[in-house]
Every structure is written in structure tokens, then in C-alpha cells.
Design a protein around this ligand. Structure first.
Ligand SMILES: Nc1ncnc2c1ncn2[C@@H]1O[C@H](COP(=O)(O)OP(=O)(O)O)[C@@H](O)[C@H]1O
Ligand SMILES: [Mg+2]
Length: 222
């Protein structure tokens, strides 16, 4: 579902990461650790086509991103990608349900029933008509997660998606992610600092300035 080959990224002359090579199969859930500032969010942005790597290859759902113009990139994202941004990026003038329905509307698919089911799954079923300003940080984070998953994308990129959640809610959200990976066969790359989140993963990796390496689950601080 995702293949990265020798991906390198610099900002001006400063290297962010180098030689990132990774393959993610359908139905695989991978946790990505790494110190703050090592480039985890930048890596997810590159995979999503929102930022450009300086060298290397990114293949999403069998398509090399290098060969795509802007429209084709947008179509690929719409169809195959669910992105949970660290900063949520929930649209303030749309209700919770409208925010979550966006991926399905853009694909021209029915949205009422799947949106309600996804909101129920993340524990926001009663808040569908609220505006984002009327939500807590943890509730906003769950809107972002519901929006990323509602169209059952083949590839889920999640940037610290449980960072604002209490342990019980985090567990519930991770279970929703896990279910999506299992039942829809999605692949999930989850950036996290949480041991509870890493415990759900099939593999745990660490991003370093030199590349990606296997990490011990025990290395995650509880
Ligand atoms: N637009 C940008 N211009 C210059 N440097 C940036 C930009 N975005 C991020 N960086 C730098 O790249 C590095 C990686 O950032 P980031 O991907 O946000 O790290 P992480 O998510 O692992 O904490 C940091 O040193 C950050 O300061
Ligand atoms: Mg980050």
C-alpha cells in the first residue's frame, strides 16, 4: 500500500531525514516513534504529497507520486488517503457531521449513514450538529480521526492522534483504527509517543536523522 525508497528531505541546507526506506502492506499497522523535531510530521506530509522530498521514491497504492500532476495527486489523496493532522484542521464553519462527511462528498458517495456510524464509533454520536468552537480539544481530535477514516482509505496517516485524549478515549480511538485496518484492509502509519498506542501496532519503528530502524516496544515511555 505504501513504499518509501531512500527518501531524503532538507530544509535549505539543513538535513531533516535521510535514507528513509519502508514498505507497508495492506492490513498492517505500524507505529512510528522519534524525538521531537526529527521529521515525523514532515515525513507524513511528504507521503501525502503536501510537501516534497528532495530525493527518493514514494509509491502509494501502486502509483509513484513523482509522476503525478496536482490534479492527479489530489485524486489519489481523495481516494486512497486518510490523514489525521497533528493540528486537526477541522473547518470552523461546518458542523461536526459536515466536517466528517467531506471525504465522502468529494467522492460523490452517500454520507449520512457512514458519518453517523463513524461518529458513534469515536463517541461523538450526540455532537453531530455542533460547531468545532463548541468542542474540547479531545473532541476535535476525534472529529479529525472520524473524517480521516470515514471513506475507508487504503492508507491511514495519523500524526499523534491520541495526544489530546484521556486513556479510555485513546483506547477507544485506537480500537476504531485497529478495526479499520483489520476489516477494510487499510495500512496505517501512526506517529506516536504513547506506549498504549504502540501496543496496538504490528511493528514499531523509529525515525532518526539516518533513516528508519526497528524499535523496541519497551523503548516507548508509558
Ligand atoms: N516549513 C519548514 N521550513 C523549515 N524548517 C522546517 C519546516 N517545517 C519543519 N521544519 C523543521 O524540520 C524539522 C522536522 O520537523 P517536524 O517534521 O515537525 O518534526 P516532528 O514531527 O518529528 O516533531 C524540525 O527541525 C523543524 O524545525
Ligand atoms: Mg510532528
Amino acid at each position: 500500500m505504501l513504499s518509501l525508497e531512500s527518501l531524503c528531505k532538507r530544509y535549505d541546507q539543513t538535513p531533516v531525514f535521510a535514507d528513509v526506506t519502508l514498505a507497508l502492506a495492506r492490513g498492517e499497522f505500524v507505529a512510528l516513534l522519534g524525538e521531537s523535531g526529527v521529521g515525523k510530521s514532515t515525513l507524513l506530509n511528504c507521503i501525502a504529497g503536501l510537501d516534497r522530498a528532495d530525493s527518493g521514491r514514494i509509491v502509494v497504492a501502486g502509483t509513484d507520486l513523482a509522476g503525478l500532476d496536482d490534479d492527479a495527486g489530489a485524486r489519489l489523496r481523495r481516494e486512497h488517503l486518510g490523514f489525521v493532522f497533528q493540528a486537526f484542521h477541522v473547518l470552523p464553519h461546518l458542523t461536526v457531521a459536515e466536517n466528517v462527511s467531506l471525504p465522502l462528498r468529494l467522492l460523490g458517495r452517500p454520507h449520512a449513514a457512514p458519518v453517523q456510524a463513524m461518529l458513534d464509533a469515536v463517541g461523538l454520536g450526540a455532537l453531530a450538529a455542533r460547531l468545532p468552537a463548541q468542542l474540547s480539544g479531545g473532541q476535535l481530535q476525534r472529529v479529525a480521526i472520524a473524517r480521516a477514516l470515514v471513506h475507508a482509505p487504503g492508507l491511514i496517516l495519523a500524526d499523534e492522534p491520541t495526544g489530546n485524549l484521556d486513556p479510555a478515549t485513546a483506547e477507544r480511538v485506537l480500537e476504531v483504527l485497529r478495526t479499520q485496518v483489520r476489516e477494510a484492509g487499510s495500512a496505517c502509519l501512526l506517529v506516536t509517543h504513547s506506549a498504549a498506542a504502540a501496543a496496538h501496532a504490528d511493528r514499531v519503528l523509529r525515525l532518526t536523522p539516518a533513516g528508519i530502524e526497528p524499535a523496541l516496544r519497551a523503548a516507548v515511555q508509558p
